[in-house]
Ligand binder design. Sequence first.
Ligand code: GAL
Length: 332
Amino acid sequence: MSVMHIVLYLFLIVECYCSFFDPAYIYSGIVWNDTDGKSIQSHAAGILIDPNDNSYWWYGESLKTSTLADHGVNCYHSKDLINWINIGEVLGQKQVVIQNQSGPYVIERPKVVWNPLTKLYVMWFHLDSYDYQYRYAGIATSPTPNGKFTFIDAFQPDGVPSLDMNLYEDKRNGVVQGVYFVRSCNNEYVGISKLTDDYLNTTGITSRIGEPREGHAIFYRNNRYYMMTSHLTGWSPNPAELFVTNQDNLQHAEWSSLGNPTNSPTTFNSQSTFVLPYPSRKFPGTFVYIYMGDRWNAPELLNATYIWLPFTFNSDTNVTLEWQDKWDLNDY
Ligand code: GAL
């Protein structure tokens, strides 16, 4: 081997090492740009992990203008959680049709799961009149994650008025045990229902938290379910509350409060929307649980930003969320 070859090999090894450890910073509370350099508009996010290649699809509310007629669901795509490609609007006002009622509609908190039986991507979202009187969940489906989604239905699941909501795909070792709908029931309590096999309906409320909470984000760790929530103060921030189950069963879960893991009375000026389990780079085989929240910057909402921070588990019931201006995915 010539000296030239050795130098070349050394160069390649150093290159590989450096690119593997390229910092993957997540910044909170500042404007995030997509790969075109335009600000990301995808609020009250839900993340779908692509069933085929494990890439990430980020669905969220479009720019929060004061004109309801503009509001729809935007989508971004990423392989690394850092670089986001703008896919565009995947559901708009035009797609939504409710019999005997006319829009424009409130379209909030979209969440998407993939149904292995129908092979459809199924979106659930909070669908309402401008003054929040309908209290519906809306459903739309698409054969592909990038839409456009076709509107299917608007209704009150289990006959109960529904406001803030989320979906939780209960997946263990790669096998989906069921998908659950969690929502604010008439802003009086939190109700959880398992979805039917086609994910187009619910099968009755089997678990509840007896007080009103919203911004629900469920995740599973170490044989327990957790639910991050906010209190109800509209677009203004309030202290988060984390709940935990003491048993490995979501359908009939009983929840107890672990208080506010942030210690911040405003949850760092944010409201929860999702918790993403992300495969740890530092401790392979474990996960980093990423809190995803919205800094609405009320009252205008036009400058809303995102707060993504990793949870710390001091024990199963001592869970904290610390503020960090930026953190590196490689360190977790
Ligand atoms: C918040 C809720 C948002 C939106 C807003 C409307 O409490 O979390 O999703 O519905 O109220 O005022």
